[in-house]
Ligand binder design. Sequence first.
Ligand SMILES: [Fe+2]
Ligand SMILES: [Fe+2]
Length: 474
Amino acid sequence: MSTINYSEKIPNNVNLEDDRTLKRALEQWQPNFLSWWGDMGPDGSQDFDVYLRTAISVDPQGWAQFGHVKMPDYRWGIFLNPGVQREVHFGDHKGEAAWQDIPGEYRANLRRIIVTQGDTEPASVEQQRHLGATAPSQYDLRNLFQVNVEEGRHLWAMVYLLHKYFGRDGREEGDALLERRSGQEDNPRILQAFNEPTPDWLAFFMFTYFTDRDGKFQLSALAESAFDPLARTTKFMLTEEAHHMFVGESGISRVIQRTCQAMNQLKTDDPKTLREAGVIDLPTVQRYLNFHYSVTVDLFGADESSNAATFYSTGLKGRYEETKRDDDHQLKGQSYRILQARDGQLVEKEVPMLNALNEVLRDDYIKDSVAGVDRWNKVITKAGIPLRLVVPHKAFHRNIGGLAGLKVSPEGKVVSESEWNARKSEWLPTPEDRAFVSSLMGRVVEPGKFANWIAPPAMGVNRQPVDFEYVRFA
Ligand SMILES: [Fe+2]
Ligand SMILES: [Fe+2]
């Protein structure tokens, strides 16, 4: 069951050959996907041979096989974690057998959840499509492409569920996923962070660190679902997601390492001098961090949400690490503290836990994000530099929920409109910051060479040397 059949047009481990209707529907969708990839996938990459990993089985020991592949020939397919007998472990259906099909009354909500998740996958490919032109090394270019093909596969994962379980509605949603476009005014992607541009590699690394981590938490919550095919699909997606976050975390870490090296060489922390030396000053890194963190924190949705309560109680979406928590997994009568502004102050307000589940997931996400930022700070400490990067307050620069539009400093102080305007350029990337970062972006293609603003990685991919030919250009 866990072996993937590559002899078929659509590689899969779900016995697609036994379901002719589904197979036909997906085979009709496949050329549309490939034409979307041609139009919106990585720019100019069609003829490159890229050292990519492909899933050969969903077993933890051996799912990846590495080799040079032409990007459009990547074998996107449908891979689910093996099925096990399991029970629903939260909500009103706790203790019942997990569902192999969707109860009629939950179709609309599940469809919405799957479409919203599915929409983020092609969106990030669209956001990142121009980055290949300015890759700081072959190693980084390869990592970008690996992330891109796997986001493409995540789209397949969601489209499989739509086609298999939602009939004609599902097929229509599958088509619409290829029609929306990131940042397009008349037909944008569903969530705002996925309509923001990813204009440079500092933004890309921040995105893969922060925004792919939102993916981790959403997928982890869906991996608890009572709807078993969704749980099994998202479990396998999570193994791919881990690499995306690694790309972000190590990318930023290498930027910081290079900057600290220049700071020590030049004995300065003056951003202007450092910029003249062609590295990214740490205050600029901090402003990018503030931006990507705050738009990502918004992705968790409103802090009080009756939908979140419904999704949980009906068993559609659990909490992060649901089974590791020792409460009743139904949460009725329990409460949670959320933030709100009252008389110019942020104050806590107690609300029913079920309504606060977006906030619960957001808080789990925040804990996880902070851990990586601590690891970045270790790089700065090791260089003997006193500065520290910090994750801004969760009320900073919010656009969704009760805190939306409130003017709050990164330290969590409510500020006046005029103070916000006066200090915004200290807190969020300015047009000058972005212009400076983009001025550093130039394509480095020789194996083993790296752009001046980033340190080489400690190790290559799949134990290959750092100067391995990760991309063979046509
Ligand atoms: Fe994804
Ligand atoms: Fe991802």
